[in-house]
Write a protein that binds this ligand. Structure first.
Ligand SMILES: [Zn+2]
Length: 266
């Protein structure tokens, strides 16, 4: 499956400029977008993001939206049949309204958080991003196991929803199988959303302070989030040659050539 790595929303946070890394997969069932960054609506009305925009400082650049980048690739946004969200934070679900005919997949726990947000969740999810009435598919934990991760659901052939709760209560990673040929070595990309935000979480190096703050304080369950850091570091160390692990906000993981995103061969 051919996969494009796009930045659907630079955020100019002082001292820690970050990206909104989304995947565009050319699947047998049309185009599949993994996370959607910010959308056209926010570039036209910045107030839709609320006061948090003054902290996140998005670029509000229409050319960075997924819909415009898909057009720039010579593809048709109407062919986007599925959007799979790692979670529903405003910097991940902003683009869903630009694909009104796509089904929007997320975990059942995350869909419930959007529908019935607690106090803190009311500040991270934006009702405006869901007001077009998308066709939401809420996935309960599935029956599959994938590289030691359980509760996994196959949404489409070669596209898996991998529960990684902690950052939000229904947070998940999205695994995309890159190798189509069953006889060829398996190759995957795991988009881990905000389950981590800097490659140092994978390698054990020192995490820059502002990235640590985001992982520590913008989280639903800190202990669970730390569990996911450890599981992803283990995956990177043991299967990094097979599974390329990326996250939403680390510019280094977006810009690095694919080979550099893979972990050590074991
Ligand atoms: Zn985020």
């Amino acid at each position: 499956m051919r996969v494009h790595h796009l930045n659907a929303g630079t955020m100019r946070i002082p001292g820690a400029p970050i990206v909104s890394h989304v995947l565009l997969a050319e699947s047998g069932d049309g185009l599949v977008l993994v996370d959607s960054g910010f959308g056209l609506a926010e570039t036209r009305d910045r107030s839709l993001l609320g006061p948090v925009r003054h902290v996140m400082r998005p670029s509000f650049d229409e050319a960075e939206t997924a819909v415009r980048q898909i057009q720039a690739l010579g593809l048709d946004p109407a062919d986007v049949r599925h959007v799979v969200l790692s979670h529903a934070d405003l910097d991940h679900a902003g683009g869903i309204a630009d694909f009104p005919h796509a089904r929007v997949h997320l975990t059942a726990a995350e869909a419930d958080a959007v529908l019935r947000p607690r106090w803190f969740e009311r500040r991270r999810y934006r009702a405006s991003q869901w007001s077009h009435g998308p066709d939401v598919v809420a996935h309960p934990p599935g029956p599959l196991e994938w590289y030691g991760f359980t509760g996994v659901t196959e949404i489409l052939p070669g596209i898996l929803l991998v529960p990684l709760p902690g950052h939000t209560r229904g947070h998940a990673g999205v695994a995309v199988r890159v190798s189509d040929d069953a006889a060829a070595p398996e190759r995957w990309i795991l988009h881990a959303g905000d389950a981590f935000n800097h490659h140092a979480y994978l390698t054990g190096a020192r995490v820059p302070f502002l990235f640590w703050c985001h992982q520590t304080f913008v989280t639903d369950d800190g202990a669970l989030a730390r569990t996911q850091h450890a599981r992803l570091a283990r995956l990177f160390a043991t299967h990094g040659d097979t599974v390329e692990v990326v996250c939403a906000h680390d510019p280094a993981l977006l810009l690095a050539p694919a080979g550099a995103r893979r972990g050590p061969h074991r």
